[in-house]
Write a protein that binds this ligand. Structure first.
Ligand SMILES: Cc1cc2nc3c(=O)[nH]c(=O)nc-3n(C[C@H](O)[C@H](O)[C@H](O)COP(=O)(O)OP(=O)(O)OC[C@H]3O[C@@H](n4cnc5c(N)ncnc54)[C@H](O)[C@@H]3O)c2cc1C
Length: 410
């Protein structure tokens, strides 16, 4: 039987106890406070302090330095923890393990200068500020980042930014102090060497929020996806993150862990949905039979279990590869989990809605919201088709089985 490392199980056990004792019982309160318009519900603040005091903090960052707060869990070790956090939409925030801050912190760890780390990484690690990653543009097909149009132009000791971004998640949130923007510094360069990454303080003059975008009509102050206009936004030239022209490569480095963490959290949410399906189908009857006695119900639950366990193993494999061979060498497995988990997440949410009948489409259970999130997940962090293209390309390059001619009869 495959087992995660002992340390992962021990930390997961600690997180589980804190989650059951302090986080889950406060879910209704969190929702009330969020609905009342609190961008960071008060209870989230309280629980963050408690989690940090217990050392259950920054668990998704394997590269933490000795003097940085948090646990140095590997990606594989974090899989066990992330599932627990994923059971609630706000779970990761309690432990400072949430997107987009975690992948942004990874970028700063890997490519930030000492001064940039002091200014931005330290407060992010402490949980004092939030951040956003602004790559996607409304007027450019952004699943191919070489299409981006936002300009970053040098003017003396400064860069000047002009353009429009959207779906820069968290970019209009009250806690957001840092935007990591991808823009074109060298329009004449090779396609993959035109972009650079720039650190922009969120409240720099010239940045305006055009609107906050709903996701399937869902809108919440806690989880904002703004469209942002950049009009002659000026920052010091020292705010460039990494080398000029390396934006494309640096952005790719961010996406491995980001995708992995989204997949891990989705698996945790799917566990909740499966449990809800089982409970509901045991508690209602139609035509003289309990709903769980119908073979269609049994198939819905069984297929969900089979598919979810397949996904978990794939995700653990991808995490192990990320730890051992790195982001680039693990990119096929990262693309594989991105496609597989998003589909299974959507299918399980769909089945959960169906088994709940009309209640399934309301907000009384997490199923309807999960369905919307899963659908969006098939687009963000790269649409399905782009990942399938990557997998097919790598698969073609990796074919190594000898003697194929012996299997084929002309
Ligand atoms: C909830 C949510 C959160 C997001 N958060 C962020 C964020 O924090 N920061 C950020 O920068 N962006 C974010 N995004 C944006 C997301 O990453 C982009 O939407 C995604 O990369 C696709 O880009 P696009 O929307 O421009 O689609 P396009 O590039 O226009 O593609 C549209 C469609 O074309 C098809 N297509 C594209 N390429 C291929 C291909 N090779 N083969 C076949 N078909 C293809 C696919 O069906 C694809 O969905 C978020 C999006 C959502 C929905």
């Amino acid at each position: 039987m495959f087992e995660l490392p002992r340390r992962a199980l021990d930390v997961a056990d600690q997180v589980e106890r804190f989650f059951q004792r302090r986080v889950l019982p406060n879910n209704k309160l969190w929702e009330q406070q969020a609905r009342a318009g609190q961008a960071i519900p008060d209870i989230q603040h309280t629980l963050r302090k408690e989690a940090k005091a217990l050392g259950l903090w920054n668990m998704a960052l394997p590269r933490l330095a000795e003097d940085e707060p948090g646990m140095r869990l590997s990606n594989l070790e974090f899989t066990a923890v992330a599932e627990i956090l994923g059971r609630l939409e706000w779970g990761s925030h309690v432990f400072n393990c949430n997107a987009p801050d975690v992948p942004n912190m990874e970028l700063l760890q890997l490519f930030g200068s000492d001064k940039q780390k002091e200014q931005w990484l330290t407060p992010l690690l402490e949980g004092e500020i939030g951040s956003a990653f602004a790559m996607t543009e409304p007027y450019a097909a952004s699943s191919d980042p070489t299409n981006l149009e936002t300009r970053i132009e040098r003017d003396g000791d400064e860069f000047v930014v002009n353009g429009r971004k959207w779906f820069a998640s968290n970019g209009s949130h009250a806690n957001c102090e840092l935007l990591i923007l991808v823009g074109v510094t060298n329009p004449e360069g090779q396609k993959s060497q035109r972009q650079s990454l720039l650190l922009i303080p969120r409240h720099t003059p010239g940045i305006s929020v055009v609107r906050n975008l709903p996701v399937f009509d869902h809108f919440s102050e806690t989880n904002l996806h703004p469209e942002l206009e950049f009009n002659n936004v000026r920052v010091p030239a020292t705010n460039l993150l990494g080398e000029a022209g390396a934006g494309f490569a640096i952005g790719q480095a961010r996406l491995g862990p980001a995708r992995l963490h989204h997949c891990m959290r989705a698996i945790g949410e799917c566990e909740v949905l499966i449990s809800l399906m089982v409970k509901r189908s045991q508690s209602r009857s139609t035509f003289g039979k309990r709903i769980d006695e119908y073979s269609s119900t049994q198939a819905a639950i069984s297929l969900s279990r089979i598919e979810l366990d397949q996904c978990r193993l794939l995700v653990q494999q991808a995490a192990y590869l990320l730890d051992t061979v790195g982001n680039k060498a693990a990119r096929k497995q990262i693309s594989m989990i991105k496609v597989a988990v998003a589909k299974v997440y959507q299918d399980i949410a769909d089945r959960c809605i169906q088994l709940h009948g009309a209640r399934g489409v309301t907000g009384d259970t997490p199923a309807a919201r999960a369905f919307g999130k899963a659908r969006a997940f098939r687009i963000y962090d790269g649409p399905d088709e782009v990942h399938l293209q990557t997998i097919a390309r790598l698969e073609a390059n990796e074919q190594s089985l000898d003697g194929l001619e012996h299997y084929v009869h002309e």
